[in-house]
Design a protein around this ligand. Structure first.
Ligand SMILES: [Zn+2]
Length: 663
């Protein structure tokens, strides 16, 4: 893939700091060839009227969102706000069934609206979408992506916010649709650099964001505004935001309706339609259909399962499957999962209690999340269901469940430590049933396979459960996606959240339910979709969206060059050539020293090492001591010529590191 990388650097710890020394290789929009589906659509009138007021229940109806300590502010309630653009007011307040068409009858001259993704369109992960109209910018989600196996040492990949540099003051807020890492994980790195804009989200998501930010030491700077299905929040002059409830496999997930001067743009967030969800109410179909009854300018919809036929199963079915799985265990049951799989954890508690099993939670992020969800009332379990280390040790095997992190083979997660006998009190014993409750993220396959091998060698039985899979289970399948399209009747459609093949499959579904191909925008990361009075189009303009790597405490200071070095080192190792050079004559003093790491085992290859030393002597004898920039000249000469010499001898290409010491 023709991907470009760039490097930014920010100061290291104590905390990712505001501003940062962002140094993108390119900035601003740059042309790339236009993509398929980018033809300018002909203007045609759209469906119905702008929205009117209504009195729907909050999107998590049945639960009181006004929990103690949670400040619930809603702005708007369908009322026009001071400073709101005329068109947005019109869209909000138009009576039901009034024939107000998008891009028709637009008052004044609203600025162009630009929509682009900084991640999530060529991958599963680092979801981040930007809406820009005049001086107003609204961001939806800022997730992370896990690295692939060919990115040694990289912890995360986050969205590239280079294009927002200099526009921090225009950011009216970041809307966060739910608490999964591919939607919130980039925030700790991005928020300080954007000056901590207000985050609009629901209570559980806010708690997850706060917990993570605390690890970075600047959680006190977070600004939240809680939203419910009744919220109408004015964001600058050109946007009004309204959430709508959807199902996913974490509580508090919502879709986003963003009123713009050109009409309302719906984002589904991660969603499925679940009529018997584990955690509250089914997706608010009436609310969603209400948008379709008026006029939806564009729908941006979750493509994760766009290639899977049929309907997504309900969490209720998943819960029963988890119960059956646990019932199968005759000894201890060890369940590996992501720390944000809160619905799964609830299902584990629900299954454990009737069986008299007790649950030990291992993994700091997992413990934090369970504590948070329980405190906020999103998770229910009896007193005594969760046990600590001491009580766990006294339990008979058939009464014990361990829920831990590490189902992706993450190095520092609990399951890996248990498998490697590095955990402080847990190790695998024959009869343990280990449940992998999430599918392997592409790129982690080999790591997970070797983790499974290690577990099985120690006597564990494994269950891989497609049914309890986070990626398979939480996202709408083809028939659900069609339902979303039918309910919302968008004029334009933009598939999001997925690899290109998923987006294209979703585009086909949209076409099948009647969206003209020319109105479907299959975009790449960074590619700008533009709206004005004449319509919308996928442009050939791009903002930078290259990967930004996080390695330990460094954000963006590992570039593709560093990665290439790491891969080279991993493949063929390195050879350090140390030479003492007479400063005056440029001649070699004494013998060169040659040190091999990861290339050949020095003791077994004394012949090769000696020949290499002689070769270095010869190179330096032939070198021109009068050469300007003598050091660089000698280093390049050593690197190139020793490189070819070693390749001839071994057919390997270790990294050659010449070190010259002036004497
Ligand atoms: Zn999600």
């Amino acid at each position: 893939m023709n991907r470009f990388f760039f490097m930014v650097s920010v100061p290291k710890r104590p905390a990712p700091s505001t501003g940062g020394a962002s140094r993108p290789a390119s900035s601003g929009a740059s042309p790339r060839p236009p993509q398929q589906g980018g033809a300018r659509p002909p203007f045609r009138p759209a469906y119905g009227a702008a929205r009117g007021g209504d009195n729907r229940p909050p999107f998590r109806g049945g639960r009181n969102n006004n929990r103690p300590g949670q400040k619930m502010q809603t702005v708007g309630n369908g009322q026009a706000q001071r400073g709101m653009s005329a068109r947005t007011v019109e869209a909000l307040n138009a009576p039901k069934n009034a024939a107000v068409l998008p891009m028709d009858n637009i008052q004044g001259n609203p600025p162009k609206l630009k929509v682009y993704a900084l991640g999530g369109l060529e991958e599963i992960g680092r979801n981040c979408t930007v809406f820009e109209c005049g001086d107003d910018i609204v961001i939806v989600d800022a997730g992370l992506m896990f690295p692939e196996e060919n990115m040694p040492g990289i912890d995360y990949i986050i969205p590239n916010i280079a294009c927002l540099k200099g526009k921090e003051r225009n950011i009216r807020g970041i809307i966060v649709s739910h608490g999964h890492l591919d939607h919130v994980g980039g925030l700790p790195f991005i928020l300080p650099r954007l000056g901590f804009p207000t985050i609009y989200t629901a209570p559980l998501t806010a708690g997850i964001i706060r917990n993570r930010q605390e690890e970075f030491g600047n959680a006190s700077q977070l600004k939240f505004q809680m939203v419910t299905g009744k919220s109408r929040i004015q964001l600058g002059r050109n946007f009004v935001f309204e959430p709508f409830h959807v199902n996913h496999n974490i509580s508090d997930a919502f879709g986003t309706a963003l009123y713009t001067p050109y009409g309302v743009i719906l984002g589904t967030g991660d969603f499925k339609f679940d009529f018997t969800p584990a955690d509250g109410d089914p997706a608010d179909l009436i609310h969603i259909a209400g948008f379709g009854g008026k006029n939806v300018l564009m729908l941006m919809s979750d493509s994760t399962n766009a290639t899977s036929p049929g309907h997504q199963i309900s969490e209720k079915v998943v819960g029963e499957e988890i119960r059956r799985t646990i019932e199968r265990g005759t000894g201890r049951v060890i369940i590996g999962m992501f720390s944000s799989m809160l619905t799964r954890m609830q299902q584990v508690f629900d299954a454990a209690e009737p069986l008299g099993r007790k649950v030990l939670l291992q993994g700091r992020s997992l413990l934090n999340n369970v504590e948070l969800a329980h405190k906020l009332g999103y998770m229910k379990y009896k007193q005594g269901t969760i046990v600590e280390e001491e009580e766990f040790k006294r339990l008979p095997d058939n009464k014990a469940i361990v829920v831990c992190t590490g189902s992706q083979g993450e190095q520092n997660a609990t399951l890996m430590k248990v498998a490697n006998r590095e955990h402080k009190f847990l190790s695998i014993q024959p009869g343990d049933l280990v449940v992998f409750s999430s599918s392997v993220i592409p790129g982690n396959e080999r790591t997970v396979q070797s983790l499974k091998d290690t577990l099985v060698r120690q006597g564990a039985k494994l269950v891989d459960n497609a049914m309890v899979d986070i990626h398979a289970g939480g996202h709408a399948k083809q028939e659900d996606l069609k339902l979303m399209l039918r309910l919302t009747k968008p004029r334009y459609f933009m598939p999001i959240h997925g690899n290109r093949f998923m987006l294209e499959a979703h585009a086909d579904l949209a076409e099948a339910v009647g969206t003209p191909r020319s109105n479907i925008f299959v975009a790449d990361n960074g590619q700008i979709v533009e709206f004005d009075k004449t319509g919308a189009r996928l442009t050939a303009e791009f903002v930078p969206s290259e990967y930004v790597f996080v390695d330990g405490l460094g954000v963006g200071d590992v570039s593709e060059v560093v990665l290439r070095d790491r891969r080279e080192l991993a493949e063929d190792g390195m050879l350090v050539v140390v030479c003492k050079i007479d400063k005056k004559t440029g001649a070699l003093v004494g013998d060169p020293d040659v040190i091999s790491r990861g290339f050949v085992y020095q003791k077994d290859a004394t012949g090769l090492v000696l020949r290499a030393k002689d070769f270095v002597k010869k190179i330096l004898k032939d070198a021109d001591p009068k050469s300007p920039a003598l050091d660089e000249y000698l280093k390049t000469k050593i690197r190139n010529e020793v490189g070819s010499f070693l390749f001839k001898e071994t057919e390997r290409r270790p990294m050659i590191l010449p070190v010259l010491i002036d004497v």
